[in-house]
Ligand binder design. Structure first.
Ligand SMILES: Cc1cc2nc3c(=O)[nH]c(=O)nc-3n(C[C@H](O)[C@H](O)[C@H](O)COP(=O)(O)OP(=O)(O)OC[C@H]3O[C@@H](n4cnc5c(N)ncnc54)[C@H](O)[C@@H]3O)c2cc1C
Length: 377
């Protein structure tokens, strides 16, 4: 006896939803996955796989694809932004043993391609360009009305429709809304210099941190967070100039990258928003996971990993308990405090950056957060 469903609907085909679909199908469920995007596409930025995110994706069974399409790294090298000189090298914790890489990076579209191929090959019914209009439930199932007028009945519904979730509004109407954090994230791709192979690099000044993550063979992305208290609208045409100006005090290699940023450079700019549901993430037979309930800022590079962990833990607990309520309670016991730590510490790191807090204070919180997030989930 277990609470594993025979049929499940997953709403949202991002990292959380695809992870849940994979795990549920592994456990024998028939899964329908819907996404509102008719193309099921993702924007073309890189993501950094912290030790937490890397472990979660490996636990999902994606290590080989991750290593062949992405790029691993085992150390982060800290440099002075103005002069470019190396300050120190920090080894990343190897959570899967000494023979496995610690972390790395991958292009989001590549990760999406890996995961969506797996979801389809496991046999999910994937319906695109579709949203949910209404859910109603009784003791035995959930009736769902889709936007196209079709309906379905499922043993379990997983809401994984991200930061601006409509499932959250439907299922937990009193949940908080996403909030702008005061920062915006810039991301740009470059060719990876030979000497930065296998290294995550960070360049620090009293007012700016600029990071580089290898994310595909021979390629890396640069990221930086800017303090933008008024959250200004920015036209794509003005972005290269703003970004070059943000990097005006950079020296060495970073100055070389800055100087090639021009009108044709694809730039990903995104104001950073966050949300945390500090309470149950379920209502009856509908459970919410991923950014829908704990969208974090990029400071710990762990949002994707937390989404995957949710899916893994959810299906583990459904398999361990006889009833969904028991499984959901056990799921919350394992997830809520951890999500509060990751989201809370990420927000705190952003606040310290915006306040110009001493680097030692920021480094201490980063270190404590990394240690906490490396604990078993
Ligand atoms: C700037 C930035 C940088 C980041 N960098 C990192 C990083 O380096 N490392 C890391 O681990 N994490 C990072 N993250 C976090 C990570 O991207 C997210 O935590 C992760 O993508 C969450 O996955 P998700 O599936 O919950 O949500 P999403 O990825 O947002 O997926 C939601 C899916 O639901 C679909 N959808 C939306 N609404 C509906 C609807 N009504 N009906 C049906 N479908 C719907 C969407 O089309 C989408 O496919 C970063 C986030 C940001 C904003």
């Amino acid at each position: 006896m277990s609470a594993l469903p025979d049929t499940a609907l997953v709403v949202g085909g991002g990292i959380a939803g695809m992870s849940a679909a994979m795990r549920l199908m592994d456990a024998g469920a028939a899964v329908t996955l819907i996404d509102k995007d008719p193309e099921w596409s993702v924007y073309g930025a890189g993501i950094t796989c912290s030790a937490l995110t890397f472990r979660a994706l490996c636990d999902l069974g994606l290590a080989n694809e991750l290593l062949s399409m992405g790029a691993p790294h085992n150390v982060v090298a800290l440099h002075d932004l103005a002069g470019g000189s190396l300050l120190r090298t920090i080894p990343l914790p190897r959570l899967q043993g000494e023979t496995m890489d610690a972390g790395g990076g991958i292009m989001r579209p590549d990760l999406h391609a890996i995961m969506s191929a797996r979801v389809r090959s496991l046999g999910a019914e994937v319906r695109l360009g579709l949203t949910v209009d209404a859910v109603s439930q009784d003791a035995d199932g959930v009736d769902v009305t889709f936007r196209d007028g079709t309906t379905g009945r499922f043993d379990l519904v997983v809401g994984a429709d991200g930061l601006f979730s409509t499932m959250r509004d439907m299922v937990l109407p009193n949940a908080p809304k996403p909030k702008f954090t005061g920062q915006a994230c810039w991301r740009v791709m470059f060719d990876l210099p030979q000497e930065w192979q296998g290294v995550g690099a960070m360049f620090l000044s009293p007012t700016l941190k600029v990071g580089f993550t290898p994310c595909a063979p021979g390629r890396m992305y640069m990221y930086l967070l800017e303090h933008v208290p008024d959250n200004p609208w920015r036209d794509a045409s003005e972005m290269p100039g703003i970004l070059r100006n943000l990097l005006k005090d950079a020296g060495g290699k970073v100055a070389e990258f800055r100087d090639v940023i021009g009108a044709d450079t694809p730039i990903n700019y995104r104001p950073v928003e966050s949300v945390l549901v500090d309470g149950d993430w379920y209502n009856g037979r509908v459970v919410l996971i991923g950014d829908t309930v704990h969208a974090t800022t990029p400071h710990l590079a762990s949002g994707a990993g937390m989404a995957v962990e949710d899916a893994i833990v959810l299906v583990e607990e459904l398999g361990r308990h006889d009833t969904q309520p028991d499984a959901f309670r056990a799921f919350m016991d394992r997830r809520l405090e951890r999500a509060k730590m990751v989201v809370g510490n990420s927000l705190k790191l952003g606040e310290l950056e915006m306040a110009g807090a001493p680097m030692q204070q920021q480094a201490a919180l980063m270190q404590a957060s990394t240690e906490a997030s490396c604990a078993l989930y």
